[in-house]
Design a protein around this ligand. Sequence first.
Ligand code: TRP
Length: 444
Amino acid sequence: MEQRVKRGGFGGKLAAILAAAGSAIGLGNIWRFPYITSENGGGAFILIYLGCILFLGLPLLVAEFAVGHNSKCNPIDAYSKIRKGWGWLGALGIVSVFLIMGYYFVISGWTLNYTLASATNSIGGDFGGFFSAFTTATWKPLIFTYLFILLNHFIIIGGVQGGIEKASKVMMPLLFAILVVLAVYSLWLPDGREALVNVFTPDFSKVTGKTFLDAMGQAFFTLSVGMGAMLIYGSYFKDGTKIAGTAISVVSLDTLVALIAAVIIFSAGVENESGMQLAFVAMPKVFSTMPMGNVWATLFFLLLGLAALSSTISMHEAVTSYFVEKRGMSRNKGAIIVTIGVLVLSTVASLSLGDWSDYKVAGMNIFALLDNFTAIVMLPLLGILTAIFVGWVWKKEDMKAELTAQGGIDQKTYPVLRFLLRYVCPVLVSVVFVFGIKAFIENL
Ligand code: TRP
């Protein structure tokens, strides 16, 4: 655990919030949240989702920040420094986040192509055709994915302050500005306000066991918890940055963005589309019918791309920090290894939608396998283990000191948080996890 390199860190509180909010706000908010919401009955799902965010996601985010902030280490050393023999938990997170990168970068690459194609008005009239021709092609999606990976690489080698912090300070305000412009415009559309009412009117008849599964999975995914990404950011917090306050800001911003994205998408009247089709097929189609449609479409895909980029840098950083601190490599070398690994995995994921779509594991192509395995198995599992670690394994006095004295949690809130981490999170997440695995296996 010897420190060979001087560790980087964020310059201040705002930087910490923007970077962590950047990790949280991603493809999960802008395309995943709206379609999962509409599949699950709108307002009813949102209520359950908000419950998951508040009672499971927020405590876990605080827990992960605390482990990072307390140990000031990469994910593996962080756990083993607090309790010997627990480094594997950090390793499990690193492996999982690497698997997520495998498909996340592919979609991120698409956003680049769609931004360009919208700006140059070259999508044409057949939106579904454009999407399937592009995503199943061999080279074109790969080139955009590689470009996106390269963009990421350059931010990462810029360092924590010179790369991640600087990029977040530019990207996040831009992202919020685009979001507000699109939201105002969509509420101004004839169907906009009606959509707003529809989204938030609960339809409890659509609530089933799967609703809870989806709500929890979405809450974990959107907050990037359990995989070391938030842990490494927590380890870069400047002294005096309060964990609780930062976590609340991040959760609030993330939730706000998800809700606004849902309004934008539903006001376009596309809530019945699902999955990737929603953002990449239905939205361009709607924009094409609007005055100045390609301007709106360009803004929308730029928004999606910015959200993706600020998330992928946190994933990359979590893995890079391992090579730098644990393997004693320079930042450049560590980043190159991660970048090459991601290049290889995302190549496989991208090709698995086209040329290699006949290779299936458990009935899924590699792209879908990476997505489903991480979302259904790894995210909840890491959530349970993180809660157990902080609630049961971490020495009580040390944990308390970290959360209260350092973390800024008052004496009245602390027992509530501890209770949530010790009992509520492990038990509830385990129940949902078991049902998720069952459904996953039945679907094979
Ligand atoms: N939170 C991001 C989103 O909503 C995805 C993400 C970023 C993530 N970093 C992560 C998910 C780490 C899991 C683990 O798109």
